[in-house]
Design a protein around this ligand. Structure first.
Ligand code: URP
Ligand code: ZN
Ligand code: ZN
Length: 472
């Protein structure tokens, strides 16, 4: 059935205007004033913004990590994402050394295909580079449409790869048209600082932050940037948390390197003092890189406004406080790293960013949706409102006030890192390819209705006539 989104204020990364949107067969078929079509369902968007659906380029759903598995899976995680205005996620597919990449990709398809309520894709972790891995990359890109690879520079003895692996991944990405993503922290130095802290009996959550200072993030970011320049390749630095790292990205971009940076809502509104909360509550805020001293928040907002940082990922990696985070009650190194952020990404950026005058409305759309679509090969099917694009739309009330709380959130996890925070602005209705997933703040979607997205190569756009691949 056709739908008309009537009388909303359409906001894209470059324009704001009032018009109706006609949706036919899941795509936007017309945009104009007073559209009339017989038998179309009319959705009133008066006094509402109509945004392109959010694209969250950084999630860890049902991921084994830190001796446990993240609490939110592709069902609870994507339902929460949809409530928060996100219509596509790109999740990190973990690989294991010595095993075929196809094995890891199948594992991720199996986790997601019957569960996701929104569209989804995968980044592929590169844990080793050898002839066997290099031989498989063309299929990963051309058959699976996975056009971004992730290299961890930290988590020694778990995920950490060495510089040769990073450099050769950059070369391979250049050759095949993929984007390399890095978790940029110096894992070797962190390992040393951690051992020193434990030897002194420093076991509380705050030592997680103190053993991963901004310098180790800045150093790794600068190193990754230099290697990218050397390889004439392309790089995306995930979860930038501090001025040191943002400066390294800006410096490299000034030299003309093809480098992009993401930050996350948590780094924009929370700070290192949260790790000092009593009764082990600081563990709720243990993730990597850690929260920083508060002054870094201004540096990150400035970097977003000036375009040195370009996207917002949630880094959703949720663990219950009771039963998961408490694995590290006596030793901060055993606290599973990560937090529940998928639901509040949009609201926090709108409320703290747009409403407080730190970023424009169009910049908000760019960093929560459009730029990720462009960098990760989903544009223009995703990430904008234009004729032929998928009708992934968020009807957003900019005036509603609410308090973020675990009592009302939709994630499966037992706490909310933004508990008690007042935000203004809320997604009311969310459509994915023209189908309601959230209607008047109620979930009406179906697990398994989300489609796997094969993505275009780095720097290329999607063909509007490509339909997302259905996984059998
Ligand atoms: O602590 C975090 N960020 N957990 C998720 C894994 C990662 O490093 O992104
Ligand atoms: Zn990371
Ligand atoms: Zn992450």
């Amino acid at each position: 059935m056709k739908k008309i989104i009537r009388n909303g204020t359409i906001v894209t990364a470059s324009e704001t205007y009032q018009a109706d949107i006609l949706i036919s067969d899941g795509v936007i078929s017309s945009i104009g004033k007073s559209i009339e079509v017989e038998d179309a369902e009319v959705v009133d968007a008066t006094d509402r913004y109509v945004f392109p659906g959010g694209i969250d380029p950084h999630t860890h759903l049902e991921m084994p990590f830190g001796g446990t598995v993240t609490k939110d899976d592709f069902e609870t995680g994507t339902i929460a994402a949809a409530f928060g205005g996100t219509t596509s996620v790109i999740d990190f597919c973990l690989t294991e050394k010595g095993k075929p990449l196809s094995h890891a990709i199948k594992t991720w398809h199996d986790k997601s295909k019957d569960k996701s309520v929104i569209d989804y894709s995968f980044h592929l972790m590169i844990s080793e580079i050898n002839d066997a891995v290099l031989d498989q990359l063309p299929d990963v890109i051309n058959q699976e449409g996975i056009t971004s690879f992730k290299v961890f520079m930290a988590y020694k003895n778990v995920f950490q790869a060495d510089d040769e692996t990073l450099y050769r991944t950059l070369l391979a990405a250049k050759e095949h048209g993929a984007l390399v993503m890095v978790h940029a922290e110096n894992g070797d130095v962190i390992e040393y600082l951690t051992k020193e802290a434990l030897a002194k009996g420093q076991t509380e959550p705050i030592y997680h932050a103190l053993t991963r200072p901004p310098e180790v993030e800045g150093e790794a970011t600068g190193r990754a940037a230099q290697l990218t320049g050397l390889a004439s390749s392309q790089l995306y630095v995930v979860h930038v948390s501090c001025q040191e790292a943002a400066d390294k990205i800006a410096e490299a971009r000034k030299k003309g390197y093809d480098i992009h940076g993401e930050t996350c809502p948590q780094y924009l509104v929370l700070d290192q003092s949260y790790l000092e909360k009593p009764n082990f509550e600081g563990a709720k805020y243990v993730w990597s890189p850690p929260l920083r001293e508060k002054w870094n928040q201004d540096a990150l907002w400035n970097a977003l406004r000036t375009g040195q940082l370009e996207t917002i990922g949630s880094d959703q990696c949720s663990f219950d406080f009771n039963g998961q985070k408490d694995l590290g009650r006596d030793d901060f190194t055993k606290i599973p790293n990560g937090g529940p952020m998928i639901e509040d990404r949009f609201s926090i950026l709108f409320s703290e960013g747009v409403r407080k005058g730190r970023i424009s409305l169009n910049k908000f759309v760019d960093i929560t949706s459009t730029k990720s679509a462009k960098l990760f090969g989903l544009f223009p099917k995703k990430g904008t409102i234009s004729i032929g694009a998928d009708a992934d739309l968020v009807i957003f009330n900019p005036e509603t006030k609410r308090k973020i709380s675990a009592d009302t959130h939709h994630m499966a996890v037992d706490y909310n890192a933004f508990e008690g925070m007042e935000v203004t602005g809320e997604p009311e209705t969310v459509l994915v390819r023209g189908e309601f997933v959230i209607k008047n703040k109620q979930f009406v979607g179906t697990p398994g209705s989300g489609q796997y997205l094969k993505r275009a190569k780095y720097g290329k756009t999607t063909n509007m006539t490509d339909k997302p691949m259905m996984i059998q």
